[in-house]
Design a protein. Structure first.
Length: 382
């Protein structure tokens, strides 16, 4: 029996994970955490019987505690306290943003397995996360669909036989658009993703292609390949999720209709594989798969992310934090779509890169980037 703590339980990944777990006798939810969604947490707590609960927002935690008639952890240390109290064997981190980093570190330091949807952990604090995994001995099981696919394509393949990893991108809702067209994009248009239904932040990241940039950094950390051996290809159908290119020219691909329950289930049941009621690919009707190179000039966020990854140190933490603030401002209508890229670029140019020595270095870089972007937005808005 795997005892699972779900961080970010009320979100897109969290609720799909609850569905996967409910259908599986060997998986049990022991703890649930979210940000401020009282109704979502209360419903999930009642449905699962999870004993340990947390909401980051103290007022929300108080309301949930009254409704449930039992304590709900809260505050900045809530996730770490929840992991301590939960007695979990696996922690699913499906929090959005760098807010998930400390929980990833804590999980791995304790030697627990980390099912990781929160890619921002690996972007902001990659080497620290890997070091925590080495010290604690727990596994990092990627939930991101591309990385789950790549893990399966790689299997036990000896590294010298691998020539590169290929990450597919849907291209988002604005594939083929010009910069001039992107300047006019509305929030509603950015939130209408062609192939995946996800939380708002990652949906905007998919529209700017920042999501693919974060995933390139994530792949670099998870699989230890240099950036020039990580390829990105646009594939609008989102059926091929990832490919391993071998030194003899063969490509091993992972295919399926886009359905996050598949990688969630794989991470939670690993090394077993459970049945998932996903729609099968059908060969009785013709369909085609298209591939095209990404447009790095129009979608500059992908280029910025790869450059930040190559720069190393705290540069990816700056990129990530600047992007979080810019995306939040785009979602509230304070800035336009192309300003996300401009603000991330500005932060990377002005926040000095430091070595990634410890969590304090990440938090300092993250804080400096947030301050810089907020100040720039205030200037523009004034
Ligand atoms: P979402 O916005 O739907 O859900 C986010 C969850 O995190 C919510 O439960 C929210 O309450 C919680 N949360 C927010 N701030 C918190 C905090 N400070 N402390 C505790 N909980 C907090 O987001 P999502 O789409 O489910 O994405 C979650 C993560 O998974 C992101 O890192 C995203 O990049 C990654 N991911 C998502 C998908 C997808 O299909 N949705 C696919 C791949 C990767
Ligand atoms: Mg992905």
């Amino acid at each position: 029996m795997k005892r699972i703590a779900i961080l970010g339980a009320t979100g897109s990944i969290g609720t799909q994970a609850l569905d996967v777990i409910a259908a599986h006798d060997d998986l049990q939810v022991v703890a649930l955490a979210a940000g401020s969604d009282v109704e979502g947490l209360v419903a999930a707590a009642r449905a699962t019987g999870a004993e340990v609960l947390a909401l980051a927002d103290p007022a929300a935690a108080e309301r949930a505690a009254v409704e449930l008639g039992r304590p709900v952890l809260s505050g900045p240390r809530a996730l770490v306290e929840l992991i301590d109290a939960a007695g979990a064997t696996v922690v699913l981190n499906a929090v959005v943003g760098a807010a998930g980093l400390e929980a990833s570190l804590d999980t791995l330091e304790r030697g627990l397995d980390l099912a990781l949807a929160n890619k921002e952990s690996l972007v902001a604090g990659g080497e620290l996360v890997l070091a925590a995994a080495r010290r604690g001995g727990g596994a990092i099981l990627p939930v991101d669909s591309e990385h789950s696919a790549l893990q399966q394509c790689l299997g036990e393949l000896p590294r010298e036989q691998l020539s590169s990893l290929v990450i597919t991108a849907s291209g988002g809702p604005f594939r083929g658009r010009t910069r001039a067209e992107l300047a006019e994009i509305t929030v509603a248009q950015a939130l209408a993703h062609p192939t995946w239904a996800m939380g708002a932040k990652i949906t905007v990241d998919s529209a700017t292609l920042m999501n693919k940039g974060l995933e390139v950094i994530e792949a670099h950390m998870l699989f230890g390949l240099p950036y020039d051996q990580i390829e990105v290809v646009v594939h609008p159908q989102s059926i091929v999720h990832g490919m391993a290119r071998l030194r003899d020219g063969a490509l091993i691909a992972h295919l399926g209709h886009p359905d996050m329950r598949v990688p969630i289930s794989f991470a939670l049941t690993y090394p077993e594989r459970a049945a998932v009621p996903a729609r099968p690919l059908e060969w009785r009707e013709a369909f085609s798969l298209d591939f095209e190179p990404p447009d790095l000039e129009t979608f500059g966020c992908l280029r910025l992310a790869i450059a930040a990854g190559e720069a190393g140190g705290t540069a990816p933490a700056v990129l990530n934090a600047a992007n979080e603030v810019a995306v939040a401002a785009f979602l509230t209508g304070e800035i336009g779509f192309l300003e996300i890229e401009a603000l991330v670029d500005d932060a990377l140019q002005h926040v000095p890169v430091q070595p990634l020595d410890d969590l304090a270095a990440v938090l300092a870089a993250d804080g400096a980037a947030r301050t810089r972007v907020a100040a720039r937005i205030a200037e523009v808005g004034a």
